[in-house]
Design a protein around this ligand. Structure first.
Ligand code: BEZ
Length: 188
């Protein structure tokens, strides 16, 4: 699959008849909400793990030297914490463009802290997209991130913002926090 997903996403999981749609964010959407929203709530989805396995050609790296950003990997039973935004359907056009480097819209159930459930959307970069990098050790990922930068800034800032935001939400993510530890040593 081509890394540019804008056209594909236009035809996926459209909610044009809804006044507003819940979007689950687990990466940069947690710390960078540069779009209008009606509500923001902490939430989780189940059956997915957050992993720095997606290449970034357009935000935290370049086509020649991609950075590493998060995607979700199917992991039965595993909870992934993040933030849910209630947004107007037309905002998805802006988000499809921002997340065009391999991310497709998927329908998902999400759970709020009070236990209530809603259906909504999540962007996932699956292994079939051409920017997918796949697994590596946390220390190798940290070294990769330390060396990468793109139009949105250093790849290291992305990881450090994400780790700090997860701590702010009271969440623990072993993968993210282990990369953070290695990265802080590499950056010293
Ligand atoms: C997210 O935070 O959910 C997200 C980040 C980058 C691309 C797609 C989704």
């Amino acid at each position: 699959m081509s890394a540019n997903t804008v056209e594909i996403n236009r035809t996926r999981f459209r909610f044009d008849d809804n006044e507003a749609v819940w979007l689950f964010g687990y990466g940069s959407l947690i710390f960078k909400a540069d779009f209008p929203f009606v509500q923001r709530r902490s939430a989780r989805i189940t059956g997915w793990s957050r992993r720095f396995w997606q290449g970034s050609h357009d935000h935290r790296g370049t086509p020649e030297a991609p950075g590493r950003v998060v995607t979700l990997i199917e992991t039965p039973g595993e909870p992934c914490s993040g933030v849910a935004y209630l947004i107007a359907p037309e905002v998805f056009e802006q988000l499809d463009f921002r997340e065009k480097n391999g991310y497709l819209r998927f329908s998902t159930e999400m759970t709020f802290d009070d236990g209530s459930l809603v259906q909504g959307l999540v962007y996932i970069a699956t292994p079939e997209n051409s920017a997918f990098l796949g697994p590596a050790s946390e220390s190798d990922i940290a070294r990769h991130i330390a060396a990468a930068a793109g139009p949105s800034g250093p790849n290291a800032d992305y990881l450090l913002h994400l780790a700090e935001s997860l701590r702010g939400l009271g969440e623990h993510d072993a993968h993210v926090f282990e990369i953070e530890q290695h990265l802080r040593l590499v950056l010293k």
